[in-house]
Design a protein around this ligand. Sequence first.
Ligand SMILES: Cc1cc2nc3c(=O)[nH]c(=O)nc-3n(C[C@H](O)[C@H](O)[C@H](O)COP(=O)(O)OP(=O)(O)OC[C@H]3O[C@@H](n4cnc5c(N)ncnc54)[C@H](O)[C@@H]3O)c2cc1C
Ligand code: FES
Length: 289
Amino acid sequence: MVKVLEHYHLGENNYKIVFEVPELVKKAQPGQFVVLRISEEGERIPMSIGDMDPEKGSLTVIYQVIGKTTALMATLKPGEHIMDCVGPLGNPSHVDKKGKYMVIGGGIGIAPVHPAAKKARENGNEVFGIIGARTKDLLFFEDEMRKACDHLYVCTDDGSYGEKGFVTDVLKRLIDEGNKPDFILAIGPVPMMKAVCATSKPYDIETWVSVNPIMIDGTGMCGACRVSVGGITKFGCVDGPDFDGHLLDFDELTSRLRMYHQMEKESMEQFEKKQPCYIGLKESSKKSA
Ligand SMILES: Cc1cc2nc3c(=O)[nH]c(=O)nc-3n(C[C@H](O)[C@H](O)[C@H](O)COP(=O)(O)OP(=O)(O)OC[C@H]3O[C@@H](n4cnc5c(N)ncnc54)[C@H](O)[C@@H]3O)c2cc1C
Ligand code: FES
């Protein structure tokens, strides 16, 4: 059993949850993920590591309520327990010395770029961060990212905070101003990662992205998480989750993610009929992270 230490509603459907997992965080590295199971009969959900504190033994996950299991997770209160938290899984992100190292986080993808930015800076890089979201309420970790990066740029699609526009607009501007990065790590929705790769390719900037295919075991046995990279089949869980974005087949990833939509919708509808109370946490803990 794994104890919930903290749990906050961040805005819209976004939550920050902190688990007590002292042994796991001793080994965890930026870019890795965990697989959570809320209850014994519950499904396994992969979640990126948003932050970790080896001294406190705590691991932070930022998640979006999107279906049944994440809605169930949103009902948890500090002091309660989930069934298990397996990890760290997957390979760490490339955070070695590159020179001008850029992280780009879109939406919920701001969480996993945060530990990578911290580590890349510790490793002597000049770290540029771009974080973006649809609107102000969906932004989080701005203070944490300011500490982790040498330069931080914030944007929203609707202009409600920071610069108005997409993360790719900021990337293009920085390149035009002479701040061409030597390396980019971009994490966020698939269309965003695809757009970042399309922007960086003409400049020949090495660009890695973190994939989020359906994962079941997270250990390379079921094959659910397969993706194509440079025409070769790879498993997101054991070969990734980070891959060279200029080689990744984004269209295949998108269509594989849609495969279970009907079943996921039905499962959420049944959950909402049985347990409409997950809204309760949103109302009771409107405290910022
Ligand atoms: C390596 C990795 C890291 C991730 N990190 C985060 C994170 O930090 N924060 C966050 O909010 N989400 C993250 N996700 C996505 C998260 O796992 C899904 O949102 C979650 O599993 C949805 O479960 P559900 O029952 O609430 O929704 P469902 O209704 O079951 O599914 C809704 C959507 O979530 C995705 N999904 C569902 N099941 C899985 C699964 N087993 N594996 C992967 N995707 C699934 C699919 O796109 C699906 O259409 C990550 C996924 C991967 C693969
Ligand atoms: S999740 Fe089963 S092989 Fe990757």
